[in-house]
Design a protein around this ligand. Structure first.
Ligand code: MOS
Length: 735
């Protein structure tokens, strides 16, 4: 199905099942431990052996010698695989560095060997016996120091690095009010619960990998490239994923090492990256330096806005597109954005939840708060008077739907924003200095081609098969709701099978595109199934309805179970997109309101309450969508106050590579969170009229929190995370 015109009325608009508060259909499996995650596959007596990785102990250089003899001779060891013994391996198109390195080393903890043994403990013990000598090469590990060497990347990434409209320099020079500040955001780790894990099994020259991955079709083709085999010989299974946040978009070393280990040992091999590997062996959100300049009239109308961003990466790694939101969020005739990339020898920086906007808004939305203070304007009002309904860089392009102002007004009213004291450091509650903060939320909406197969059987059950993944987001449930709505059955008559590369290729889960795109693919397949059933029973598909488990035409009706017959009916289709997203700008909007307390003696920060108001197209399921936003807001608390991969700038690695040193928020850190969704349907995005929401919830949260700390204390921190040591330097004298 080609989607190239705005959707008109369709069966989804009935909203009998779609849009309803339906709890996760996979929930019982999750809470009873019967949802099988990658490392848990063993129930068919596979005679599994265990793999343990060895990571490079230097960040850059080469291996001069490697002694694996002791490991080979250790108890239970079945195989030791290194780059020397692995045979020809290629680098996947989506990885900056090889997933099995050696002799050249590209980054710290790049995998250089896998040890396979009868038990996990034997594999781990043997791995520790491998002796490696290195010749270290000098590397570059400090973004601040490398900033001046940063360049525009080659190719299309470089072409998109700079944008401009009007004449920024002139307008900024002439502006009545000028603002110019620089912010930094640190390297962050996805810190998902389930580490990267795989079980690989060979059958002749075909390999099956049970893994934990967001994008099955990418994984399959990258695996084929890496091993140098035909993609048709690769079978990927990833039905349950314990969180990804972008770290499982791409093929990673767990899957490659498991496959190599299984080949060498002649046995199925399972391997999970030990937690300390996750931080340095996989990807992370790269640190940024961001300069923001804004010029306004005396009344606060933006006349000039510039956002420049710098990040570093391994050769072949990409830009963090931290200026993305500044191109679209606020009006202003004269503008420029620019991104530059420095070469760093740290592990690869890549997508982490809302890549671009998440760190970009951490900077921009503090800048807006500072500007409001400078103008003596309420920060909500400053954002409202600079709203735009058109793409400010290309004013002939409209937003398909934009309710930023409504989000801000609704949030301000619900939260009690009028009780905020604009003067900082004024509100006290015992030993706590109390402050409120606001930030806009913005994240672009992307739509991806997505396919599905649906089958109606003689019991009247509809089964959906697609290689879509559910990374904790609720894919199983919204896909079941879509099929139930389209076929006129209750949700218990729908079965959903996901995460298998033998199923039609879907959008996968990434960039908050999965919800809208994968259900649109199921919609397309259901349209085909409706036609096939109509034809089979001799009804005219133009005037049939599907309701109450029946197909109806005029005064005739047939139960679906009967229509299916004993062979059932099956249909398959893929939703594909035309140019609508080029003609109109599709984005999602929101507003975050937060209240914090700061201990007036110790500068300890406590979140008191949080509210997010989101406008993101049709909400397919208010329970799963709310849960996405709550999780994202929580991640924003981490971004504001805790999360930072500490870089060893001499040796080139992330020091705090575990969940003891890399802190994330827990329940006790956030007493009260609420989410409001504005009513919205966007017919330009798909027949579902939905948009992404899973990443929107994170965008802007950290800035709102930082702004609240400033409101509480009068101290402005421009280097994340906002921690008490930074605050204490400038905390007001008490008393
Ligand atoms: Mo997302 S960072 O594209 O999983």
């Amino acid at each position: 199905m080609l989607f190239d015109r705005p959707a008109t009325t369709n069966p989804i608009d009935q909203m009998k099942v779609v849009g309803q508060h339906i709890t996760r259909i996979d929930g019982p499996k999750k809470v009873t431990g019967t949802a099988t995650y990658a490392y848990e596959w063993n129930h068919t007596n596979l005679n599994v052996a265990y793999g343990y990785p060895v990571g490079a102990g230097i960040a850059k250089g080469r291996i001069s010698s490697m002694d694996i003899q002791a490991a080979r001779n250790a108890p239970g060891v079945l195989a030791v695989v290194t780059a020397e013994t692995a045979g020809k391996l290629s680098k996947g198109k989506m990885n900056a560095a090889k997933l099995l390195g050696g002799p050249e080393i590209s980054h710290y903890h790049q995998a250089i060997a896998v040890v396979v043994a009868e038990t996990f403990e034997q594999a781990r013990a043997a791995a520790s016996l491998i002796k490696v000598d290195y010749v270290r090469a000098p590397g570059s590990y400090d973004l601040e120091a490398a900033k001046d060497t940063a360049k525009k990347p080659e190719g299309s990434e470089g072409e998109d690095a700079d944008t401009s409209a009007g004449n920024f320099d002139k307008a900024f020079a002439e502006a009545a009010v000028k603002f110019d500040q620089t912010y930094t955001t640190p390297d962050q780790s996805h810190a998902m619960m389930e580490p990267h894990s795989s079980l690989a099994m060979w059958d002749g020259d075909e390999v099956t990998v049970w893994t934990s991955n967001q994008m099955i079709a990418w994984n399959k083709s990258e695996m084929a490239i890496t091993l140098g085999i035909d993609p048709e010989k690769v079978h990927i299974m990833s039905p349950f994923v314990g969180g990804g946040f972008g770290s499982k978009l791409f093929l990673r070393s767990d899957a490659v090492l498991a496959a190599l280990g299984a080949k060498a040992a002649g046995r199925p091999v399972k391997l999970a990256l030990p937690r300390p590997f996750v931080m340095n062996n996989t990807t992370h959100r790269p640190a940024t330096i961001q300069r923001i300049r804004i010029g306004t009239t005396q009344e606060g109308k933006i006349t000039a806005i510039a956002h420049e961003s710098w990040n570093g990466n391994l050769p072949g790694g990409s830009l963090e597109t931290a200026v993305a939101q500044t191109r679209l969020l606020y009006a202003g005739e004269n503008r420029m954005t620019s991104m530059r990339l420095a070469a760093l020898d740290l592990p690869e920086g890549n997508a982490m939840r809302a890549p671009g906007e998440a760190p970009g808004l951490m900077a921009l939305e503090i800048a807006m708060d500072e500007l409001a203070e400078q103008l003596n304007l309420d920060p909500v009002e400053l954002r409202i008077i600079n709203d735009t309904q058109v793409d400010p860089e290309k004013p002939e392009r409209k937003f398909s739907h934009r309710q930023l102002v409504e989000c801000l007004r609704r949030g301000a009213e619900t939260f009690g924003w009028d009780k905020r004291n604009a003067e900082t450091g004024r509100v006290k509650d015992g030993r706590w200095m109390v402050g409120m903060g606001v930030a806009a939320a913005f994240r672009n909406n992307m739509n991806m081609k997505s396919g599905a197969r649906v089958r109606l059987d003689s019991e009247g059950v509809v089964t959906v098969e697609t290689d879509m993944t559910d990374i904790g987001t609720g894919s199983y449930t919204i896909i079941a709701q879509t099929a139930a709505e389209m076929m006129g059955v209750t949700i218990d008559k729908v079965a959903v099978e996901l995460g298998d590369s033998r199923f039609p290729a879907s959008s996968g889960s990434g960039g908050q595109w999965g919800g809208n795109s994968s259900t649109a693919g199921v919609y397309a397949a259901c349209v085909a199934l409706r036609d096939a059933i109509s034809q089979k029973v001799g009804f005219n598909s133009a005037d049939v309805t599907f309701a109450d488990g029946q197909i109806r035409s005029g005064n005739r009706s047939i139960a679906l179970a009967e229509a299916a017959g004993k062979d059932g009916v099956v249909a398959e289709d893929t939703i594909e997109y035309g140019d609508l997203a080029e003609e109109m700008q599709q984005s999602t909007f929101g507003a975050h309101f937060v209240e914090v307390g700061v201990d007036m003696y110790t500068a300890e920060i406590r979140v008191r309450r949080m509210l997010s108001v989101c406008a993101a197209g049709r909400i397919l399921n208010p329970i799963t969508a709310r849960s996405q936003v709550i999780g994202a807001m929580t991640m924003g608390v981490g971004g504001a106050f805790m999360e930072e991969l500490a870089v060893d700038k001499r040796r080139g690695f992330f020091v705090n590579h575990d969940l003891a040193g890399y802190e994330v928020p827990v329940h006790a850190d956030i007493p009260h969170q609420d989410v409001i969704f504005l009513d919205e349907t966007d017919p330009t995005t798909s027949p579902m009229k939905a948009k992404g929401v899973g990443e929107l919830g994170l965008c802007g949260v950290a800035a709102a929190l930082s702004n609240a700390v400033h409101n509480a204390t009068g101290v402005r921190i421009r280097d994340y995370p906002v921690t008490l040591d930074k605050l204490l330097r400038d905390m007001p004298q008490v008393g």
